[in-house]
Design a binder for this molecule. Sequence first.
Ligand SMILES: [Zn+2]
Length: 250
Amino acid sequence: MTITPIPAFNDNYIWLMQANEQAVCVDPGEAAPVLAYLQQHRLSLHSILITHHHRDHIGGVADLQEAFPDAIIYGPEDIACVTQAMQEGDVLDVLGEPVVVWEVPGHTHNHIAYLLTIHGTAAPHVFCGDTLFSAGCGRVFCGTIEQLQHSLARFQSLPDATLFYPAHEYTASNLRFALSVEPDNQAAIAALAVATDTPTLPVTLAHEKAINPFLRLDSEQIQQQVALQGMSMINDAAVFASLRQLKNQF
Ligand SMILES: [Zn+2]
């Protein structure tokens, strides 16, 4: 199996898995670039994985369905275009490999992630939508900050070699924020030098643990920065919420 990013809009990636002339795509916000790729590589679309209901993740589903009427649309149950509703712990077959569904609310109340384990590899490939970005995380829309923190903590419990496939490339601006709260983070400084004109995804969990402030709640420098905001109590939940607040204003 190969996994390819198809750029869409300004900064979306539609991840596409392919094997044996079949393809599965994740969060097709628009259809045209996916259809062009499928045609160019003579692939047929087997199914679509949806992480959440935002327009830039589902806008292309109808046109793809028209071109491939048999394609199965997996996703959270309260999205109209979904033909097979997914819940925590569901396992589906994607081009012969198992994919486990995790509910990771926070960015939205119904956000899910897909954990693909390719035969013979130890760590999963995680299609995490807008929950985790490199050096950052999604904004809270219709979920809660507590849900988002819990979802990221779950990701953090995966093996270090886990690969994340976020739906957006926000890495350079996220790193600028990361350095505003942790200026001495050498890994983040090095990552920013590379991120400025290079696609950075997918990323390993080990890398994110080194550079992503939302996974570095125990960093002394981050805690000091947060304390400067006038917080009376420093614990993971408070640091996380304060970081998200600071990022919203950055
Ligand atoms: Zn979103």
